[in-house]
Design a protein around this ligand. Sequence first.
Ligand code: ADP
Length: 689
Amino acid sequence: MTTVPIKEKAETKVFIVEDDPTIHMHLEFMLKNKGYLVVGSAANSNDAIESIRVTNPDLILMDVSIEGELDGIDTALIIKEEFGKPVVFITSFFDENTIARAKIATPYGYLIKPVSPKDLYIAIDICLYNHSMETQLKENEEWFYTSLGSISDGIITIDKDEKIKFINQSAEKLLGHTNSMIGEFLNTVYNPIREKVDAVDMSTEYLFLNQQKDNIYLPQKDGTKVFLEETVRPIQENRTGNTLGKIIVFKDISKRLYLEHKIVIRLRYEIGVSNFSKVLLSPFTNLETLNTSFRDLLSFLNMTRVSYSNISEIGYETYFSVNEETVANDTIPLSIGYPDDFKLYLQDSVDILRSNNLLFGNLNSFPEQLRTTISFRGIKSFILIPIFYQHSLDGFVFFEDTMQVRDWPEEDLQIFRIIGDLISTFIERTRNENLIKNHRDYLEKLVEEKTSELQNTVKLAQAANIAKSEFLANMSHELRTPLNSIIGFSKLIRLPEEFNKEQEFLGYINSAGNHLLKLVNDILDISKMESGKMLIVKANFQLYDSLLNSILIMMPQATKKNMKILQPEKLDIQFYGDEKRIRQVFINFLSNAIKFTGENGLIEIILKNTGDYVEISFRDTGVGISIEHQKFIFDKFYQVGQIMYSENEGTGLGLSISKHIVETHGGLILLDSEPGKGSTFTIRLPLKV
Ligand code: ADP
């Protein structure tokens, strides 16, 4: 806001219009005396106006009755019009008529001749002050109205009688009026329609919480609505608080409302799709949850029905379908299906769908072909989304809207494309899962079959094994009796000396018989072992005695090979077990040690008692066993290479029988051997069983 400072006297330029030279001189004298600058003077109207234009005074002293056509008042009116300069009238007298005329010129003061210096100075001061105030007020007013005029909001002020006092340009534009409305009643120009509507409160996270709000709009000639936001405030007098009128401020918010509405719809869509995708991508989704979530999706999208049809099946047989309307009032049951024109339309459009394009339309742009379907199903808008399985068209999802005519903007299409992708993924996954399930079922069945086959085979094998063991047991038994006779008699028979050769043959018979008997005995043991019939009769016995006894039995064979046997030191070990079987084990290890050690070799037997168990080691200086053979020597019939050190061939059964016997006593066999250096077999038997 600008202010006009009242000028200092020295700078104040005064112009005198006076035709009386004496008064003129007197006035000039008084002015100069007070320090005013007299910039010019004139005796008539014309001269005055010309000079004022040039001299640009701050104030004019004007004699009311001057020479010429125009008197002082007329001249003052021109000056006011043209220059806006303040005028102080000077006259000898003021009759009522003159005063009335002078008023029109809005003078700033009147002086009655003769003018005293005091009156003159006061008149000038008041004149300058008033003029400066007036100028300021005018400027402020101009500034104010220019501001109001340039505001984009519509502004109307009305007085107490609701008559318009001011209306800005924006208001005029919004109301579509061009002629001035000042003085008109408000409701003749501004009378918007007010209605209560459901609204979404964008400020809360509860997007779907409906609220009531006032909608204010101006109906337009073309049938559209201009929505307004309006504030009405009273205008009150500062001093008294009396209401002078009202100010109404309003603006067009149609665009904002439209955008808000669009955002809400978009959000609804997106929430709907995100819920839907959660269900579709969940591994626990079944057809029932899927149908529910389709129903939810419909309400989020403001759609009426949705159906999925499989294109590869006979025609377009429905795979699953949800129909909200059907659910609600059963007006159009899905079983009615689609009229023939729908099928024809699809046949024609299948290539469009195949190239992953959507088919959509609304009441104003329906495909000609679909006329029957559209009216039959009461559709206002529809969209068809292709569904793919393993990259080829599998079917389509058909969304129908019986409520609104949609214009299908790209953002909406995008949403439906996403829905299509989700359904495609779901179908792909569900089918793959079914395939996997079928495979798994098939494999499970196969495994079951094979297992039962195998079990049968095992049963048969076990039965055969038992039969074999029984057979061997019987056979061995049958063989032993004649063998014992052969061995016994071959030993007893003494031929005369000349039958040397025959006596030698008898020796062969005897040793072959012995070998055979050992084999038969071993086989008998093995078969008993396998059929679980090896009898173990436990009793307390002295382990050392048993060991010594075994050494004594084997001594002749060792002596034959000129071998030395280092005997264990005597220990008192009371052992609870089958003495006969334990001795069998000792003899087996001793005979192996003798068998696999060369002439003059050394065999050492060590006996140890730890308290918890007893250890009997048979250490020889024989051929030894390589690591790879050590793994197998306890297997039945396993023998390492050629047996070179034995007169009698072994059976390959001794170690497996020994192992079985030791294990049935809760013990184990340890082996430490190096080829070429010898072997140590250690039997560890627990004492406290
Ligand atoms: P057999 O002695 O009747 O052949 P075994 O079951 O008692 O049957 O022994 C299996 C094989 O283990 C033997 O053939 C032999 O190769 C090896 N073996 C056993 N004891 C010794 C040993 N003390 N030294 C070297 N090799 C041995």
